[in-house]
Design a protein around this ligand. Structure first.
Ligand code: AMP
Ligand code: ZN
Ligand code: FE
Ligand code: FE
Length: 281
């Protein structure tokens, strides 16, 4: 079972990398991708935790914004973690998430939802990429909402008046950086429309020109119709198709291995990386 997209306490998941690796092995995952938002800080712990036959795919989910301001998530897999260009890009994204979060708390407070940056940081694991789910957790702790899900539905979704963006590369830039660092680029849940606006299909050709390798098809936020649409896009542009759980621990309902990547698609994707960095024990 190949699950290429998961999160840990290094971003907005609730399992440590060690605990993720253990749970994935027990769940029967054979190839596990660890893809925290805008960070590679969980790689070492996940690597050290590896046991048995499971293989680890080190990666990151890079938050991007198109020139039209549409949010796109780009999975970078199998890249060189010591590459300066990619680490600089991830640093910049993480750094601007702090002033961004302060602004969101100020907007909320001005509307009567009293919450401070300090409250949010108290709900954020040390060193984690700061994100809206941590703000959601702080709102839950203050009993302003009852769950992450309710927080997103009522206050934190992409079209909410409290939403503020942070620095993010364009998808084309992110693909270039991932590829120059020796990795492969897979666009995550491109048609997950319930989260907000999604990219137009015509953008895919530009992304392929920039070096895009694959498209995430099997994901809980994409309907059967959306998956079929993406399979057609992948076929016409010769893209690899992937699937994943996008596991976040207790932060979301997603279960490890609930969606997976076909073996042959995985092998094709892996063969496109300059530096094959699947980690085995
Ligand atoms: P940010 O990167 O700070 O803008 O936050 C985006 C993150 O929020 C993504 O990783 C999503 O997984 C997460 N997210 C979006 N909608 C929800 C939801 N309804 N419940 C929990 N997490 C969500
Ligand atoms: Zn997340
Ligand atoms: Fe995502
Ligand atoms: Fe994700």
């Amino acid at each position: 079972m190949i699950d290429l997209h998961t999160h840990t306490t290094c971003s907005d998941g609730t399992d440590s990398p060690l605990s993720l690796v253990k749970k994935a092995a027990s769940a029967g995952i054979t190839v596990l991708g660890i893809t925290d938002h805008d960070t590679t800080s969980g790689w070492q712990e996940a690597t050290d935790a590896l046991h048995g036959d499971m293989q680890l795919v080190l990666g990151a989910e890079i938050s991007c914004l198109t020139l039209d301001g549409i949010s796109v998530h780009m999975l970078g897999l199998l890249f060189d973690g010591e590459n300066r260009e990619i680490q600089t890009m991830l640093d910049e994204s993480r750094d601007t998430r702090i002033p961004r979060m302060r602004k969101m708390t100020e907007l909320l407070t001005a509307s009567g939802y009293e919450i401070s940056l300090e409250d949010v940081l108290a709900s954020t694991p040390d060193g984690a990429t700061l994100g809206r789910p941590h703000l959601a957790d702080a709102l839950v702790a203050k009993k302003i909402v009852s769950s992450r899900d309710e927080a997103f539905k009522d206050l934190l979704h992409n079209d909410s008046p409290f939403y503020v963006s942070h620095f993010a590369p364009t998808p084309v830039d992110a693909i270039g950086v991932i590829r120059r660092a020796g990795g492969v680029a897979v666009i995550a849940h491109p048609l997950a429309s319930r989260r907000g606006a999604t990219i137009d299909e015509s953008l895919f050709a530009d992304l392929v020109d920039a070096g895009l390798n694959g498209v995430e098809v099997y994901h809980r936020d994409q309907s059967v119709e959306e998956r079929e649409q993406l399979i057609a896009v992948a076929r016409s542009l010769n893209l690899v198709t992937t699937g994943s759980s996008d596991y976040h621990g207790t932060g979301k309902l997603n279960v490890l291995g609930e969606n997976t990547t076909h073996q042959a698609e995985w092998e094709r994707l892996e063969s496109m990386a300059n530096q094959r960095r699947v980690v085995k024990r």
